[in-house]
Design a protein around this ligand. Structure first.
Ligand SMILES: Cc1cc2nc3c(=O)[nH]c(=O)nc-3n(C[C@H](O)[C@H](O)[C@H](O)COP(=O)(O)OP(=O)(O)OC[C@H]3O[C@@H](n4cnc5c(N)ncnc54)[C@H](O)[C@@H]3O)c2cc1C
Length: 360
């Protein structure tokens, strides 16, 4: 049996990834090249990301990577269904994320993270453009949406896909202990971590395609959102990460700052080896590859093995006593300082902003 492939990103893609995420420009702006157009594709592959708050999450980026791969295998074009509520801005550029076509329905139905009202838009896209395959992320929202669409179509979705050919999908079964091959199903859910996000490649056309849906009033209603304990969020899914290296000595201060910020805790291999943080908090090639909106790196030198783990981070803030540290070059904001007083001040200000509540 072949083990599920874990994707390893090339740290050299970091600059391009930052540029895609709206960070500092890459050395060679991809816009200088003419967009790649596919005028007569051999069908469409439709990607349906969650797009919470108009952004691509780490899971959405993997989904785009998988959809791009499949579209290229089939000689097709990648269409992105990027529906959103009218008041929500699109916070990324589809043409930099591999999209040849973009369906941009604006509807209040997208305001809440509910699968039920989104079904109508996916069905409308199927009806209007007959994509050969439709891919969803295996997230609470994307997973439910995929299963609802599959049920409406009377089809069996391909769940836990860890690779595909033009004819077959290989699926993880039995909690990843086995694999199964199936003729490529129309509805596909890639396994988390199995496909690399797009961090390079040409600028695509991103041609807009019209789409209207007629969502039924949902039976479910979102009553309230419960606060999530950042300590329980898998690092790969965390939006805000406070990360420590050997330059951190005040561990109580570090934990206080993470709680006050509502950030997930992480660290370099050195601090995990020393037992300050558990192994599942290690970022890097031999730890977790993360894709937060913001990565706060305190006292981390920026060894290549660590930087490879943050290639897809949107923004990096580094605090380091050494201005020449590699992490300071990687950072969008570099602060030359002792980590301990900055952590204490961060905790104080974050607590103040939350009205004196520590954490939560
Ligand atoms: C095969 C292999 C795999 C590896 N995988 C990983 C991995 O997955 N993840 C990983 O992280 N590493 C990994 N490593 C280890 C990696 O090479 C580095 O040793 C490690 O990342 C360094 O951790 P660090 O930056 O915390 O410590 P150091 O390199 O010791 O850096 C400490 C930093 O803190 C700064 N500093 C010191 N005092 C202060 C202060 N008071 N305030 C502010 N800054 C201060 C210093 O200037 C320095 O930049 C791997 C190594 C190998 C060989």
């Amino acid at each position: 049996m072949t083990p599920p492939p874990r994707v390893r990103r090339d740290p050299r893609d970091a600059a391009a990834a930052r540029q895609r995420a709206g960070g500092r420009p890459a050395e060679v702006a991809p816009e200088t090249a003419a967009p790649l157009r596919i005028d007569t594709p051999d069908g469409l592959v439709l990607a349906v990301p969650d797009l919470a708050s108009g952004r691509l999450s780490a899971a959405d980026r993997e989904l785009m990577g998988a959809a791009r791969q499949l579209a290229d295998l089939l000689g097709g074009a990648l269409a992105l269904l990027a529906g959103r509520a009218p008041e929500v801005a699109l916070r990324f550029r589809p043409e930099l994320e591999g999209a040849d076509r973009v369906l941009l329905p604006l509807d209040p139905a997208f305001a809440q993270d509910l699968a039920e009202p989104r079904v109508a838009f996916v069905l409308a896209a199927l009806e209007a453009y007959a994509p050969r395959h439709v891919l969803f992320p295996e997230t609470p929202l994307g997973g439910e949406l995929a299963r609802r669409v599959a049920a409406r179509l009377g089809e069996r979705p391909g769940v836990g896909v860890w690779r595909f050919s033009a004819a077959e999908a290989t699926l993880a079964i039995d909690s990843g202990r086995g694999e199964l091959r199936r003729p490529l199903p129309r509805i596909l859910l890639p396994a988390p971590g199995a496909f690399a996000p797009i961090t390079g490649g040409p600028v695509r056309e991103g041609r807009p395609l019209p789409l209207a849906g007629d969502p039924l009033p949902p039976l479910a209603r979102l009553e309230r959102t419960l606060p999530v304990d950042p300590a329980t969020v898998p690092l790969a899914e965390a939006d805000l990460i406070l990360s420590a290296g050997a330059g951190v000595t005040d561990w109580a201060g570090f934990h206080r700052a993470a709680a006050a910020l509502g950030a997930a805790e992480a660290g370099s291999r050195v601090v995990c080896d020393a037992g300050h943080l558990s192994r599942d908090r290690q970022v890097g090639v031999s730890g977790t590859l993360v894709a937060p909106r913001c990565y706060l790196a305190f006292g981390i030198s920026g060894a290549s093995q660590h930087l490879a783990g943050i290639a897809a981070a949107e923004r990096v803030v580094a605090v380091n006593a050494d201005p020449g540290a590699e992490m300071m070059h990687r950072a969008d904001l570099a602060i030359v300082a002792d980590a301990q007083p900055v952590l204490a001040e961060l905790a104080r200000r974050a607590t103040e902003r939350r009205g004196g509540r520590d954490g939560g």
